[in-house]
Design a protein around this ligand. Structure first.
Ligand code: 8Y7
Length: 285
């Protein structure tokens, strides 16, 4: 293993993100019901404070989410999502010189995020919601297309794939990438994410990590989110507050297999794990 691919610049609205080495994306939940830090950062000041801490810890991106994708989470109306997310995005853009990502599948939220100066749309539904592809195409933002089958409230009902998981994920992501290109979204605005924990069994998740390198054939930077996920809990028998070491092991493996953005709740230790892994990879290439 070594450093693969040429240096990549991701276009993110008025900014560029250099992905010639891996970056860390810090999670900022502004939902009242997120599963691992539910409600803690719902208030504007607390959200800004937490973002500042993650940036000081080395995050290159802050991912703001106002709709929990936790299985069984309440569906949030467009207006409620806007009310949660917009003030936080506006304040983050005003206070920090940082790349802000918005975790949303809602066209109106995408357009408002662009207007407020966000740099990335992180859509777990890969722009499949009605009007989302068109809305994203109207913005100059980077887009993360994540693999999922179904919706968060039914995706874990017996996930099943005909072919090897990495092949199914690769062909779904290739199809969404093609849809973006056809809608006029430039390839250098797109990152791809296999969607760990979304419509996947433990075995699927472990296999997918082992074979993550297959996704490099799609020639776009990979984003990986494994932080505190149940694949760690199930493998190690750990509650959500004791999954850091497992998450760092997976983050390191993901980087070794080509991931260029790691999405995490635990920025400081993840930055160290990613940078340590990268130092070794660089030396081998
Ligand atoms: C992911 C994600 C979540 C992920 C991307 C959690 C919003 C569940 N997971 N977005 N979102 N990738 N791109 O545990 O893996 O954070 S929500």
């Amino acid at each position: 293993m070594g450093v693969s691919g040429s240096s990549e610049i991701l276009l993110c609205n008025h900014r560029q993100l250099d992905l010639s080495s891996p970056r860390v994306m810090g999670i900022l939940n502004v939902t009242p019901d997120s599963f691992s830090d539910g409600g803690q950062y719902s208030h504007l000041d607390a959200a800004i404070h937490h973002a500042e801490r993650m940036l000081n810890d080395g995050a290159a991106i802050i991912d703001v989410g106002g709709e929990s994708t936790r299985p069984g989470a309440d569906v949030v109306s467009e207006q409620a999502e806007l009310d949660r997310v917009a003030p936080v995005v506006e304040k983050l853009v005003e206070e920090f010189d940082a790349l802000i990502s918005v975790d949303t599948s809602t066209p109106a939220v995408m357009l408002e995020a662009a207007r407020l100066g966000a740099g990335m749309i992180n859509d777990v539904r890969s722009l499949k919601r009605e009007g989302a592809l068109e809305a994203a195409a109207r913005t100059p933002l980077a887009i993360c297309l994540m693999h999922m089958v179904g919706e968060p409230d039914n995706m874990q009902h017996d996930p099943y794939y005909e072919q090897a998981i990495e092949e199914e994920v690769a062909s779904c992501l290739a199809e969404r990438l093609e849809a973006c290109l056809s809608a006029g979204i430039a390839a250098n605005r797109i990152v791809l994410d296999p969607g760990f924990g979304f419509a996947k069994t433990l075995t699927h998740n472990l296999c997918l990590m082992n074979r993550l390198e297959c996704l490099n054939a799609l020639k776009r930077p990979l984003l990986v989110g494994v932080s505190r996920k149940s694949m760690i809990g199930k493998t190690l028998d750990r509650n959500v507050d004791a999954r850091l070491a497992g998450g760092l092991a997976l983050a390191s493996m993901a980087v070794a297999r080509g991931a260029r953005i790691i999405r995490t709740h635990d920025v400081a230790p993840t930055v160290d794990a990613v940078n340590m892994t990268w130092a070794v990879l660089k030396e081998g290439s």
